[in-house]
Every structure is written in structure tokens, then in C-alpha cells.
Ligand binder design. Structure first.
Ligand code: PRP
Length: 176
């Protein structure tokens, strides 16, 4: 028997259109900047970052960081630790952090404080989706795709126990 796919929350077409819109807005905002430094937060951001970065019309480079939250899959106490750091300094560079999802906000809050201490020329954030109902820390997201309800979402980099990350749309699963 074939397993049913997650129910569509945001379609592939809607995501494609939103990524194009975000890329146009970001390209216009950073017009004239030598080299926008995009930082993807692993693992979840890899699909969104790949799609977004290819649509930008300004010079850019890409690097990744990996972070992990202590706690179980559905609740954390907000403690974040770094698993993998950037390879180069960001001092004096224009940095845009790219996330698949902002949930409690703990990850992005940790990351922004950590990166700000490295003295970039500017530091902004971009996220494909955000769950406003789950926010524990108010974080300003400069470039946001969609606000979504508090449901377990998968696809476009988001997983459920490592499943469904490469689904081309954002769907909802109901873990038992
Ligand atoms: C997800 C996502 C963000 C973080 C957001 O990563 O990619 O980094 O959670 O949650 P927060 O706002 O509550 O901190 P996750 O820990 O699931 O790891 P993954 O990207 O490797 O799946």
C-alpha cells in the first residue's frame, strides 16, 4: 500500500512565486553591495537557500552553520549549541541569515547574538515560514515568506523524523 502524502498547506506554485518575490525584494535592497553573504542554518535551510540564492540578481556567496537545540523534538528550553561554524570571518560583510522556519525563535536569537559579535557591516534575516503562535522570543524577520498555524509542517527542507525534507510543497503531518 502506498503511504498517503502530507496534506498541502502551501503549494509548490505558491512557494515558487514567494521565493521569486523575496529574491526580487532582497536583490533591490542590496543593490550595489559587493557580495551579500548568505548563511544557511542546517539542515532545514538547504532547499530554500538553494532556490532563493539562484534567483538573486546581485553578487552573493553562501556558507552554512549547523546548530542544535537541547531538549526533545517538540519542546526545548531554549539552549542552543553550535555544531558547525562558518569557514570565514564575516567582519565588515553584509550578512543575511536564511532559515526554513522560525518557531520559538531561540535558534535565530542565539545566532543573531553570536553573529553580531563578529562585527558584520549589516545583519538581517530571511525565513520561509514562521509560526507566530509558538514564538517565545520576538525576533524581527526582515524578509518573511509565510506566517503559518501551529501545526507540524514538512517539505522544502522541513522534516518529520528526517522524512519529507525534499517534498516540493509545505504539508501538514499529524504525529501520533
Ligand atoms: C529547525 C529550523 C530552525 C529551528 C527553528 O531546525 O531549521 O533552525 O528549528 O526553531 P526555533 O525557532 O524553535 O529555534 P531543527 O532543530 O529542526 O533542525 P534541522 O534544521 O536540522 O531539521
Amino acid at each position: 500500500m502506498t503511504e498517503a502524502l502530507p496534506k498541502v498547506l502551501i503549494s509548490e506554485d505558491a512557494i515558487r512565486d514567494k521565493v521569486a518575490e523575496l529574491a526580487a525584494t532582497i536583490s533591490a535592497a542590496y543593490e550595489g553591495v559587493d557580495d551579500l553573504f548568505l548563511i544557511g542554518v542546517l539542515k532545514g535551510s538547504f532547499i530554500f537557500l538553494a532556490d532563493l540564492s539562484r534567483r538573486l540578481t546581485i553578487p552573493r556567496s553562501v556558507d552554512f552553520m549547523a546548530l542544535s537545540t537541547y531538549g526533545n523534538a517538540t519542546s526545548t528550553d531554549g539552549a542552543v549549541r553550535m555544531i558547525m561554524d562558518l569557514r570565514r570571518s564575516i567582519k565588515g560583510r553584509h550578512v543575511l541569515v536564511v532559515e526554513d522556519i522560525v518557531d520559538t525563535g531561540f535558534t535565530l536569537d542565539y545566532l543573531l547574538r553570536n553573529l553580531a559579535a563578529r562585527q558584520p557591516a549589516s545583519l538581517k534575516t530571511c525565513a520561509l515560514v514562521r509560526k507566530p503562535d509558538r514564538a517565545k522570543i520576538e525576533i524581527s524577520i526582515d524578509y518573511l515568506g509565510f506566517d503559518i498555524p501551529d501545526e507540524w509542517v514538512v517539505g522544502c527542507g522541513l522534516d518529520w523524523a528526517e522524512k519529507y525534507r525534499t517534498l516540493p510543497y509545505i504539508g501538514v503531518v499529524h504525529p501520533e
